[in-house]
Design a protein around this ligand. Structure first.
Ligand SMILES: Nc1nc2c(ncn2[C@@H]2O[C@H](COP(=O)(O)OP(=O)(O)OP(=O)(O)O)[C@@H](O)[C@H]2O)c(=O)[nH]1
Ligand SMILES: [Mg+2]
Length: 427
């Protein structure tokens, strides 16, 4: 039995720090050489599998994740500090999709897998990096590159950790309704539950588990009497059974008989289920006389029985902690790999940012140059600065933009446009 847990999160990486404009100051040298350092890189955002998690519940409370930006470069060729990466833990089996396109970016299954969900921006170069034989004192530096940001859709096929079993009317659905947000049908007659209900139980931040509530089991359930048979198959995949017994003795039933009958049905269905770890819960302690039945039950069971009233909430919180603690001692459903440093980082492909990947197109009023790498680089520089502008025009020549414009038939006086920026072509 599975249901799909979903969440939407926003991940944004840190921008790179800005490069610095600075000149060495020496006692007898009024204008020393450029020594502005590079900015530090921005932090990236990673998604990483945490085998201890089984739900996406925490993402309902926090869905924005931002890594910090890199520090700015400084004089004396000091590089800015790089920001730490931000690692978000997700349960094993989380499928990560691009929220906009629905495209699957990663299927995070194993603890050693990491998705680079948003790349941090590179730090900008300081003015020292722009010095050449002919430009000894560059008055400009580069801004840090922006970090990537995107909305992600997380989807997890949830397998229940805990199966609620018990005789009809024991209060299984009532318990589920008070420990989770699930809204199962509850009524004072047997077989109210006709198909399994799943609920996510939050213990505290980062600690939650999934409970399956199945129809009540009666004598012959293992052979298909009642509804139990089909559903026993489903609880077979849970790690822990919580056996609910109605201790009220209402309707003339004996809790000890009910307990034994359900245990027997489990054993007849599969040895596996009979050997599954289980917690026994005596319910309906708000009814007079239930306490005595609880004691009798405890003696018959031979292990302690947790007493609760799903109706009043008595003992329920303690039960939830008890279940959580027990789960921690049980093997995780995902096979843990031997510890090693073989981490597989999954990358989200991005379009080419090579400066040489550009196109030239002729429009009515201008020649338009387009290229992601070129446009991103341009954004990081202030072309109002004449020093920067000279550097930029040489760069356009070097990477072949000017030649491509000539091939496209450009003449003196024509306008060239790159993103928002325009200039007049002069050969
Ligand atoms: N007094 C009292 N009544 C309870 C308590 N828990 C459940 N009930 C009642 O018992 C009846 C059966 O509860 P359900 O939660 O539907 O029982 P179930 O085990 O899911 O039953 P099936 O789905 O038929 O197997 C309902 O009338 C509940 O209101 C309790 O702690 N005290
Ligand atoms: Mg029910």
């Amino acid at each position: 039995m599975q249901f799909v847990d979903r969440a939407r999160i926003y991940v944004s990486a840190g921008a790179g720090g800005d490069g610095c404009v600075s000149f060495r100051r020496e006692k007898y040298e009024p204008a020393g050489g450029p020594d502005g350092g590079r900015g530090g890189d921005g932090g990236s955002v990673f998604l990483e599998v945490d085998p201890a998690m089984s739900t996406l519940l925490d993402f309902r409370y926090k869905n924005q994740y931002k890594a910090e930006r890199g520090g700015h470069g400084q004089g004396g060729n000091r590089e800015g500090k790089s920001a730490p990466d931000l690692v978000i833990k997700v349960p094993p089996g989380t499928v990560v999709k691009d929220d906009e396109t629905g495209e699957v970016l990663a299927d995070l299954v194993r603890p050693s897998q990491r998705l680079l969900a948003a790349r941090g921006g590179k730090g900008g170069r300081g003015n020292a990096a722009f010095a050449t034989a002919t430009r000894r004192a560059p008055s400009f530096a580069e801004k840090g590159e922006p970090g990537e940001a995107r909305w992600l859709r997380l989807e997890l096929k949830v397998i229940a950790d805990v199966g609620l079993v018990g005789y009809p009317n024991a209060g299984k659905s009532t318990l589920l309704s008070v420990i989770s947000a699930a809204k199962p049908k509850i009524a004072p007659y047997p077989f109210t539950t006709l198909s399994p209900n799943l609920g996510v139980v939050k213990v505290e931040t980062g600690k939650s588990f999934v409970v399956a509530d199945i129809p009540g089991l009666i004598e012959g359930a293992h052979a298909g009497v009642g509804l139990g048979h089909d559903f026993l198959r489903h609880v077979e995949r849970t790690r822990l059974l919580v056996h609910i017994v109605d201790c009220s003795g209402m309707e003339g039933r004996d809790p000890v008989d009910d307990y034994r009958q359900v245990r027997e049905e489990l054993a007849l269905f599969s040895r596996n289920l009979a050997e599954r770890p289980f917690i026994v819960v005596g319910n309906k302690l708000d009814i007079p006389g239930a306490e005595e039945n609880l004691q009798r039950l405890e003696e018959a069971v031979g292990q302690d029985v947790v007493g609760i009233s799903a109706a009043t909430g008595q003992g329920v919180k303690e039960l939830v902690y008890r279940i959580w603690r027990t789960l921690q001692q049980l093997p995780s459903p995902v096979q843990e790999e031997p510890a090693g440093d073989e981490v597989e980082v999954i990358q989200i492909p991005r379009s080419s940012r090579r400066l040489s990947d550009f196109t030239v197109r002729r429009e009515e009023d201008a020649f338009v140059v387009e290229g992601e790498g070129l446009e991103l680089l341009m954004e990081r520089h202030d072309l109002e600065n004449p020093d920067t502008l000279r550097w930029w025009l040489v760069l356009l020549e070097d990477i072949g933009v000017i030649e491509a414009l000539r091939n496209a038939g450009i003449k003196d006086g024509d306008t060239v446009r790159i993103a928002e920026w325009e200039f007049e072509y002069l050969s």
